[in-house]
Structures are given as structure tokens and as C-alpha cells.
Design a protein around this ligand. Sequence first.
Ligand code: NAD
Length: 250
Amino acid sequence: LAGRVALITGGGGGIGMATAERFLTEGACVMLADINSDSLKTAENTLINKFGKDQIRSIVMDVTDEVSVGNALAEISVEFGGIDILVSNAGIASSAPLEETTLELWQNNMEILSTGYFLCSRETFKVLRKQKLGGSIVNMSSQMGHVGGPIRSVYNMNKFGLEGLTKGMSIDLAKYNIRVNTVCPTFVVTPMTKKFLKNKKFKRDMLNNIPLGRFAELSEVASAVVFLASDAASMITGTSLLVDGGWTAK
Ligand code: NAD
């Protein structure tokens, strides 16, 4: 990824920040984008301490807000002269039993996990098309984009939808040499999942679903993103890379 420029949404958090760290190790320039300005600053400072300032920028961005997403794309062009890679990763996990799933919860999930991914892809595509240099979009989906899960119907719907968005876009963008794929992790311990995994029974049940017998490491998810973003995956588009320890093999 040497010399490549990447926008990473949700870059202030678990998988986004770990991916940014791996991209920086691989020589990419990274713009972290997140709605949470505090965690964004902390992530940026941590990475600057390790890698120096040259390759790292950050911007407060709400993936559900068209103007905010457009601003981030404008900013990355000003700071790094363009963009090569979008890692669309920002997300929430707020599932509930069906009867307790309010319309507000449903719509909030849709906004962040579907509208947000659409807006980030569309705005990135506009820049990539102008540049005429190809590119790669990696959408952070989930094993829950391939199989159903308990009290996960809202999340399932959005991640299955993201798989569809990815496949559709991959066909439309192929003529621009822009590849679009998803990475689909099983559970990874991040701020998002810590709250669920505190429940010992839930944790044991989830581990029982994973033939490899453990949760994924952040670095294992980041490796999959690096692969799909890089030229090593130059013939791969419209597909998913499952980092699920075998969950969906059963
Ligand atoms: P996280 O909570 O650690 O990080 C998510 C980040 O997204 C946070 O920093 C948050 O501030 C940001 N964000 C939320 N709403 C936003 C918005 N509107 N605009 C911009 N940023 C916003 O979560 P994570 O576990 O690192 O999850 C990242 C992605 O990975 C999500 O899409 C999630 O669905 C997916 N995923 C996670 C797991 C897991 O086990 N952690 C498994 C499969 C898939």
C-alpha cells in the first residue's frame, strides 16, 4: 500500500483504528474519519506517536450526513492530493428482540449501517472517477451479512443489504477499475462488542459457534482489509472475505 491514500470511517474505534495502524505500517497515508471527536483525537495522537505526522490526518465526519461525507472527500484531496482506497467501517450494534425494536432503533441502524455506506461509496466514487486511476472500496460487513443471528434481525438486514450494495456497485464500477468487496468478521473484542461479551453465557454460546474456538483478533481483520485494498487482490471484486473462524462453514 506504499503511497496509497485511504479514508477510513469509524477510524476512532476498534477495527477502524486497527486497520489504520496496519495501513500505516504498509506505507499508506490515512485519513481517519469518525463522529466521535474525542476518540478520533485519541486514535490520531496514538498513531502519530508511532508513525509521525506525515501520513496521518483526521476529520470529524457523520457518515449519515451527505454534506459531512462530501467535506471529508474534499479534505482528503486537499491534504493528500486524492484518494485510492475507502474503508467504510463506521457502525453501531444496538440489536433488540423484535418486539422491543422501535421504529427509531430500526431507522437509526438503517441510517448508519446502510445510508452511511451508500453515501461514503458514492462520494468516493465521484473522486475516483475523476482521477481515472482505479481504486478499491472495502465495506466492513459481518458474518451476520451471511447468516442470521439471535436478536440480530436489524443488524442482519443491514449487513445482508451491504453485501447486496457491494455486489451491485462492483458491477457498475468495474469499468473504472474500481473494485468493491466486503470483509466479514466474526466477533472481535472492541468497544462495540465488549458490552455483549460481558455476559458469560452469551460469550460461551458465541465461542461455541466458532470452529476455531476463539474470537478474531483486530490484526486478523485488518489483514483481510489490507489484502482486498491492495493490488494482491487485483482480480477480486464483488465478493466477501469471511474472517469468521469457520462460523458460516457449518
Ligand atoms: P467500534 O464501536 O469500536 O467502532 C465504530 C466506530 O464508528 C466508532 O468509533 C464510532 O464513533 C463510529 N461511528 C458510529 N457512528 C458513526 C457515524 N454516524 N459517522 C461516523 N462514525 C461513526 O466498533 P467496531 O467493532 O470496530 O465495528 C466496526 C465495524 O465492524 C462495524 O461496521 C461493525 O458492524 C463491524 N463488525 C464488528 C464486529 C465486532 O465483533 N466488533 C464483527 C463484525 C463486524
